[in-house]
Ligand binder design. Structure first.
Ligand SMILES: [Zn+2]
Length: 170
């Protein structure tokens, strides 16, 4: 476990003064998440702390801030995805959720914060997370030829599981 600066990451003073257990957890989760982001290989990510939010990112920079309390891989992935927005990934919080979920099953540990996933997936995320991921991946394909891909996705998510959890639209 890397507890200090590494070639991939740099930590702020606030995080450096955090308890070693929490600090280690945050840094190891970011390093594991970065394995899923080959686009960020050449960027050294600065990891800071926030208490006000689950996480935040400075757009146009390489700085993310994370709340160690109940930190999820989804939140780490979401903040790292923000760093890529405008560079192949569209802007917006919902877009950020969609591209994070689509990227890797690592980021399915908690449901997204902005994307409306429908009542069934909200109630039983574990049972639906793989279907939500499949739909997010389809939505990204759909976006290549349609503008309203988020509307398309949320409409499909709302009806997810109304018939059968495994039945996805074609
Ligand atoms: Zn965000």
């Amino acid at each position: 476990m890397k507890l200090q600066d590494s070639p991939k990451t740099h930590i702020t003073k606030a995080l450096a003064s955090e308890r070693i257990g929490l600090r280690g957890k945050v840094i190891s989760m970011v390093n594991r998440s970065l394995d899923e982001f080959p686009e960020l290989l050449n960027r050294r990510i600065t990891i800071g702390l926030t208490r006000a939010y689950e996480g935040s990112a400075e757009l146009g920079s390489s700085v993310i801030r994370l709340n160690p309390k109940n930190l999820s891989f989804f939140t780490v992935g979401h903040e790292l995805t923000h760093l890529l927005q405008g560079d192949g990934i569209p802007f917006g919080e919902k877009a950020c959720d969609i591209y994070t979920i689509a990227r890797s099953s690592l980021f399915l540990d908690t449901p997204p914060g902005y994307l409306r996933i429908g009542r069934n997936a909200e109630r039983s995320w574990k049972d639906y997370s793989n279907s939500v991921q499949e739909l997010c991946r389809r939505a990204i394909e759909y976006r290549q030829s349609h503008r309203r891909y988020i509307m398309w996705l949320e409409a499909n998510l709302v009806s997810l599981g109304k018939h059968r959890a495994s039945k996805l639209p074609t």
